[in-house]
Design a protein around this ligand. Sequence first.
Ligand SMILES: [Zn+2]
Length: 135
Amino acid sequence: MTKKMDKSLNTVTHSGGCHCGAVAFTVKAPADIVATNCNCSICKATGLLHLFVSKDEFQLLHGGEALTTYSFNTHTAKHMFCSTCGVKSFYVPRSHPDGISVNVNALDKSTIQSITITDFDGQNWENNINKLRKP
Ligand SMILES: [Zn+2]
């Protein structure tokens, strides 16, 4: 048994959603999640832990009509939250406008093996964004 497995072999389908159950989705990602903790004003306020995925790795099962969208500043990010319970389980981030940021805290833990958290200094977004966007 080799311990260094290709990360892609480790891909599972995680389930997630909001608290009241109106919004539900699945996302294909490694069982060993690399999450990003951002200290910007809105991420701190919502306690969101990011898992960045592409749009084809994300599938909204239901609840699109339950979502309310909030945007501010550049209005690139679409902060979507459940209009019933207020939970922001995923959204379109400014850092990855063609992708999705899934809130790791809103995922079903049964498919998660480990979570490695890396910090992103979102208070100085413009100076740090290139470090977050991997080539
Ligand atoms: Zn809800």
